[in-house]
Every structure is written in structure tokens, then in C-alpha cells.
Design a protein. Structure first.
Length: 166
């Protein structure tokens, strides 16, 4: 068996996040439809547009690496998205629905932040500064989205989620 290198690990990571981002696009569409608060729907729609741009950047990273843009199944993101789907089903019509959806979205963000931070670091280590720059751009978007979701949760969604149904 040939020795695996950091370059191999980096490519696997790019494939993993490419798969994840494509899954996230589908999940964001469902979450936007399921959310009740207009500002949460808007946040999901905004992140959907950003995610589509992030997929395009990942295609550029694949091009830099001279590899076809192909995903690799990511059980971690599948599980996180499945939890969000469960919230959507189990809390439909509940005042806590939006708080649950927002929490699920932040779980996705935290996964992405971890992935992109690692991939950026590896790209720099490998001398792939062009790829690192693309990954850093996405990492900055993910951090901003996470902060925006936190503000929305603290200012409105969590408070509304604790209201009792009459």
C-alpha cells in the first residue's frame, strides 16, 4: 500500500466539503421553506446564495489541484443534516421550531468552519496559496454567517421559541 501524504489528505478533505456543501444547498432550501420567522427565512436564503458561490470556489480548488470536482460521502454532514430534518418534522407548528432550525444551521456552520480552517492550513503547508486564498474567503463567510445566526438567535428566535402555545 502506497504511503498517503498530506496532499492526499487535503484532496480527501476538499472532496468531503464539496459533498457537504452540495448537501447543505438542499438542506437550506428545506429549512427556508420550513422556517416561520421571515428574518430566519431570509438568513437561510442568503446563506444558500453564499453556499452556491462556495461550491464554485471549490470547483476552482479542484482545478488548481488538476482533479475533477467530485465529492466523497461525508457521514458527519449527513448526520448533522438528518438532525435538522428531525427538528423540522418533530417541531413543525411549535414556537420552538425556528430556534431548533437555527441551532441545526449553526451545527452545520461549525462543521464548515472546522473543515475550512483545516483545509486552509493544509493548503498553506502544501504551498497552495491560491487554494488557501479561496478557502479563506469561504471560511470568512462561514464565520460571518455563524455570527449573524447567533445575533438572530439571541435577539429574537430563542426568545420567541420559549413562548407557550395558547
Amino acid at each position: 500500500m502506497p504511503t498517503k501524504t498530506l496532499e492526499d489528505l487535503f484532496l480527501d478533505g476538499v472532496k468531503d466539503i464539496y459533498y457537504a456543501e452540495r448537501k447543505i444547498i438542499a438542506a437550506l432550501k428545506k429549512m427556508a421553506r420550513g422556517a416561520e420567522a421571515e428574518d430566519l427565512k431570509a438568513a437561510f436564503d442568503k446563506h444558500l446564495q453564499e453556499t452556491e458561490g462556495q461550491v464554485e470556489r471549490l470547483v476552482q480548488v479542484f482545478e488548481i489541484l488538476g482533479k475533477p470536482a467530485r465529492g466523497k460521502t461525508c457521514p458527519a454532514i449527513d448526520g448533522i443534516i438528518e438532525e435538522g430534518q428531525e427538528i423540522l418534522e418533530e417541531f413543525k407548528g411549535s414556537p420552538a421550531l425556528d430556534a431548533g432550525l437555527l441551532a441545526a444551521a449553526q451545527a452545520v456552520e461549525h462543521y464548515e468552519i472546522a473543515r475550512y480552517g483545516t483545509l486552509k492550513s493544509w493548503a498553506l503547508q502544501l504551498g497552495r496559496n491560491d487554494a488557501a486564498q479561496l478557502l479563506d474567503q469561504t471560511l470568512a463567510e462561514e464565520l460571518n454567517t455563524d455570527q449573524s445566526l447567533t445575533r438572530l438567535a439571541e435577539a429574537k428566535v430563542n426568545r420567541e421559541g420559549k413562548q407557550k402555545v395558547a
